[in-house]
Design a protein around this ligand. Structure first.
Ligand code: HAM
Length: 417
């Protein structure tokens, strides 16, 4: 026998019971985001590699290590999308959405791909819900993103969610600060982990994220970006916080918050949940006012978030069995008669709006009765020599009925009930 094939590492199958729970998540997102004026969009699963190299940034782990990149027969370098913000910004300009009344609010729900080491809550194909507000730099747009992500977390019963908040300021200010930080790291180089030391020039901010004890000690005394920002950026941040306070959202300002994407400017946020293990980030986002220019478009501010569906399901309290039951449609009629006539009956029943199941396993009358009971069917149709037998599964009454009469009879009974 040939070797049995399995799904690739880091991927998973969504089986029918889990599909119902995921649909519930999708519906909650749709209600919450749709209610706030976000419109759903879909962008392609693969994009030109350059979109992410420029948008997310060459120096990030995502672009330098984790992308599924391939060349097609036309020698174009293509990449399975690792995130959704750069594609949405591309689509916004490509389709003239910048000419609509601003801001344009869009949401998405779909699969993304990163070649990370698989573990609980971390996959190589995972799903995200995301929402982007493009064309506004109003601090209310930032606060609205956070409030909506929070609303999704509470609708799904995510336990122990904690919000961390930071601000990054403009890239120019960040560049000045970066030099300071690089100089500080060089000064203390001998106490840093090998990994942080080898990446001082590429990504000095990542040092704040390290677990290595020596590095952590050094970072406790490191200069902080927040002490080196423009007044305008600090004011913007204060206004975002004011709105969150007004909305009663609890948060912790964490000047060392680091996210793995280079397009962020100003507001940065992340929700973690105690209910998740090491991969505690359930969702996050921020403002990306320079992304449009990096993609060759005119300057356009934007802010948004994304949350991982697997992590929402892990940290939330949706019972997959209850969700599956709720999604099931009751079976009106189970048809276990023979031949083309039974087949046609199933189609007539469906055309009349009934849920009909046709027996495809050649069950005996006894087996079919058992199966109809298992499915909770209201009626069962069996063959007889002349007519068909229509059985009411509740009262167990049986009647011989002509095939052409069965659908109208069930409908009549349904109306009478
Ligand atoms: P991100 O933090 O890279 O942000 O991803 C958002 C969420 O996707 C994470 O919080 C996590 O729940 C989930 N996630 C990421 N990687 C994996 C993985 N390998 N397995 C399972 N879940 C994962 C972004 O992607 C930005 N585009 C968010 C954003 C939107 N910023 C502004 N607008």
């Amino acid at each position: 026998m040939a070797e049995r094939l399995q799904a690739p590492k880091g991927t998973y199958d969504v089986l029918p019971d889990q599909a119902a729970a995921r649909r519930l998540v999708e519906r909650s997102c749709e209600e919450i985001l749709g209610g706030a004026g976000f419109r759903r969009v879909e962008t392609p699963i693969f994009e030109h590699t350059e979109l992410f190299a420029r948008g997310v940034g060459d120096a990030t782990d995502i672009v330098s290590k984790e992308m599924y990149t391939f060349e097609d027969a036309g020698d174009r370098s293509l990449t399975l999308r690792p995130e959704g913000t750069a594609p949405i910004m591309r689509a916004y300009h490509e389709h003239g959405l910048h000419k609509e009344p601003q801001p344009v609010k869009l949401w998405y729900f779909g699969p993304f791909f990163r070649r990370e080491r698989p573990q609980a809550g971390r996959f190589r194909q995972f799903w995200q819900v995301g929402a982007e507000t493009i064309g506004s730099d109003d601090p209310s747009a930032d606060a609205e993103s956070i409030v909506l992500l929070q609303a999704i977390l509470s609708a799904l019963g995510v336990q122990g969610a904690r919000l961390r908040l930071a601000t990054l300021g403009t890239p120019e200010r960040r560049a000045g600060y970066r030099e300071l930080l690089v100089a500080y790291l060089r000064e203390h180089e001998d106490r840093l982990s090998d990994e942080v030391r080898s990446r001082i020039d590429q990504n000095p901010l990542r040092a704040f994220d390290a677990d290595h004890p020596g590095t952590r000690e050094v970072m406790a005394g490191a200069p902080l970006l927040i002490d080196h920002l423009d007044q305008e950026d600090l004011d913007h941040f204060a206004e975002v916080r004011e709105r969150l306070d007004a909305a009663g959202i609890a948060y912790e300002v964490d000047p060392t918050l680091v996210r793995g994407l280079d397009y962020y400017t100003r507001t940065l946020f992340e929700f973690t949940s105690d209910a998740l293990g090491a991969q505690s980030g359930v969702g996050g986002g921020g403002r990306y006012d320079r992304l449009a220019e990096q993609l060759g478009n005119k300057p356009t501010p934007g802010v948004g978030f994304a949350a991982g569906i697997e992590r929402l399901l892990l940290a939330g309290d949706i019972d997959p069995i209850v969700a599956a039951r709720a999604a099931e449609r009751p079976v009106d009629v189970y048809i276990a008669a023979d031949g083309a006539e039974a087949f046609a009956l199933a189609q007539q029943a469906r055309a009349a709006g009934l849920t009909a199941r046709l027996d495809l396993a050649g069950r005996s009358a006894k087996g079919a009765t058992k199966q109809a009971a298992r499915l909770g069917a209201r009626h069962l149709v069996l063959s007889s020599d002349t007519d068909m037998i229509l059985k009411d599964m509740e009262s167990t009454e049986e009647a011989a009925v002509a095939a052409g009469e069965i659908v109208s009879r069930i409908l009549r009974e349904r109306h009478a009930a």
